[in-house]
Design a protein around this ligand. Structure first.
Ligand SMILES: [Zn+2]
Length: 149
């Protein structure tokens, strides 16, 4: 998984340069593990490290974006079988939803997102991460940036 286009730092708009690679594991709805080797990028200006995420990832989530979306949208297929897992995902979404929608509205006001477009989870998460508005875990060691579309 690599992108060749330049991504800018979500915090300072500095240029991100490839540094090394980190393995990240994603679980699908059956709990099968998929290992990805993702680029770690270093901001030339503020020196923060960012892991470059393809759209199938949600920062700090073990399940793929598709699985999380299935749970949130209460789809019968594509969600994990275990109820506890589904509940955990739903409670996470309840906590972050208003923040994500707030960031989205801000992006619309700035002309960075289209007002007519109804965002789904991946768009909301992507907008929050790439604008530096993601709610990072206070002890999180990594920052993230989504690769260009
Ligand atoms: Zn930076």
């Amino acid at each position: 998984m690599t992108g060749r286009e330049t991504i800018h730092c979500p915090y300072c708009q500095g240029e991100l340069k490839p540094y090394d690679r980190r393995k990240r594991v994603l679980l699908d709805h059956n709990g099968k593990r998929w290992v990805f080797s993702l680029r770690r990028l270093r901001c030339q200006k503020c020196k923060r490290m960012h892991i470059e995420l393809p759209d199938i990832f949600i920062p700090y989530k073990r399940y793929s974006a598709a699985v999380i979306e299935s749970v949130i949208e209460e789809k019968t297929s594509g969600a994990p079988y275990e109820e506890r897992t589904r509940q955990k995902i739903c409670s996470w979404y309840r906590r972050v939803k208003s923040h994500l929608l707030g960031v989205w509205q801000q992006q619309v006001k700035l002309g960075l997102a289209s007002p007519g477009f109804i965002p789904h989870l991946v768009s909301l998460v992507r907008a929050a991460v790439n604008s530096g508005n993601w709610l990072y875990h206070p002890f999180g060691r990594f920052h993230y940036a989504f690769s260009p579309l």
